[in-house]
Ligand binder design. Structure first.
Ligand code: PLP
Length: 415
């Protein structure tokens, strides 16, 4: 199974069979089993926005562990974290915790189908929504890196229930609603894509999606598992001033521990059991450790919200500029898509606004780039579709060292 418990951790597609084994992580650094230190921009695929082993998060987890890691009954920290999410994401009339982003998105789909009494789901090519069956059709970063257009093991019937169109394509949106609008239960989308690079919606695209969906009686589900709390203290839906009917969350809200959450309109959420007939459950859901880590993480983010998010954005801009200048000098085709403290690196000469354009990026150049950076002690995701995440733990010195490494690496690369 490739030595990994999640395929996106594998280095196989990078031409290296074995991934690095990590023995410790602190601040912005990882140490491998040989004691070699790396500056980390993976952030564990998103959650680690404060940096690794942040003292406040670690303390909160220890404190919660000492009071018992699991009760199988409600407890106050669930309500506290729930209220923090509701305060930061106004579309969450009601919210429930689960254990992963996959579970969160999966449940919003079930809920949308129950509410609308329809089955078809519209999704957008390359957006990744976790590994439940329906989400694995044209599913972006992980499966794409491994060369799976989708997964084996999906039923034929399922393929007929999912319609996939390109992100940012208003014409396709209009066509699909004209043809299938009355059968659609929901449109499921990453409002700001993090899974075929960092790709923002074109102006008006999300508003159009909302308008068409509601005109045809379908719901809009935003998967904000990556985007919530990544760019500001809240969700991407505020940045673009649109409100979905349902939102799925994960990653950062758990401070590095397993978590997912979903929520939205009260009339839809009240269908969830035991209030309503839609079943969703979890032995570990809302467990005290994940709640404690999530509360500590969000408290810290909230405290640092003005300065902290700006600092991450400034650091990302330094790295983007360095990448562009160094690629220019070497005459390598390079596009860096940046949103505040996150960016993605595409070895292509065209713009990257959808999955097809992201796929055009050169694999061989990306693989060289990844391997050479690793040699220089810079840890990034082993996939041309994944983002770099700057964290609050990165220092000016880390950024300067990374910029040096980037210059060195790009100078060594050959097309
Ligand atoms: N949705 C998005 C946008 C994601 O990026 C991911 C994971 O990368 C998921 C859902 C699935 O989350 P998890 O891996 O916690 O199941």
């Amino acid at each position: 199974m490739g030595g990994v418990n999640s395929p996106s951790r594998s280095f196989k597609k990078m031409g290296l069979m074995a991934p690095l084994f990590i023995s410790e992580a602190r601040d912005a650094y990882l140490w491998d089993a040989n004691g070699r230190q790396y500056i980390d921009y993976l952030a564990a695929f998103g959650p680690i926005i404060l940096g690794h082993a942040h003292p406040k998060v670690t303390e909160a987890i220890s404190f919660a562990a000492a009071k018992g890691p699991l009760y199988g009954a409600p407890h106050l920290a669930e309500a506290t974290l729930g209220a923090m999410l509701q305060e930061a994401v106004p579309a969450l009339d009601k919210v429930r915790f689960v254990n992963s982003g996959t579970e969160a998105v999966m449940t919003t789909v079930r809920l949308a189908r129950a509410f609308t009494k329809r089955t078809k789901i519209l999704k957008f090519a390359g957006c990744y929504h976790g590994h439940f069956d329906l989400a694995l059709i044209e599913a972006g970063s992980g499966p794409a890196t491994l060369g799976l257009a989708s997964s084996a093991g999906l039923s034929e019937q399922l393929l007929a229930e999912v319609i996939t169109i390109p992100f940012n394509d208003e014409q396709a949106l209009e066509q699909v609603f004209r043809a299938e609008g009355e059968q659609l239960a929901a449109a499921l989308i990453e409002p700001m894509v993090g899974n075929f690079g960092i790709v923002e919606p074109k102006s008006g695209f999300l508003a159009k999606l909302n308008k068409l969906a509601h005109q045809y009686g379908a719901l809009v589900i935003y998967d904000e598992v990556i985007s919530a709390f990544r760019f500001h203290y809240g969700a991407a839906q505020d940045l673009y001033q649109v409100q979905p009917d349902l939102t799925a969350l994960g990653k950062i809200i758990g401070g590095g521990l397993p978590i997912g959450a979903y929520g939205g309109r009260a009339d839809i959420m009240s269908l969830i059991a035991p209030e309503g007939p839609v079943y969703q459950a979890g032995t570990m859901a809302g467990n005290p450790l994940s709640m404690a880590a999530g509360i500590a993480c969000l408290e810290e983010l909230k405290q640092q919200r003005d300065k902290g998010y700006q600092q991450m954005a400034n650091f990302a801009t330094v790295l983007k500029t360095t990448l562009e200048e160094a690629a220019d000098q070497k005459q390598l085709p390079l596009v860096v898509n940046q949103l505040k403290g996150a960016f993605s690196v595409h070895f292509t000469s065209g713009e990257v606004t959808n999955y097809a354009e992201a796929m055009q990026a050169d694999d061989q150049l990306f693989n060289q780039f990844f391997k050479l950076l690793l040699k220089e002690g810079i840890y990034t995701a082993p996939s041309k579709y994944e983002a770099w995440f700057v964290s609050l733990a990165h220092t000016e010195e880390d950024i300067a060292k990374t910029a040096l490494a980037i210059r060195k690496v790009l100078a060594q690369m050959s097309s």
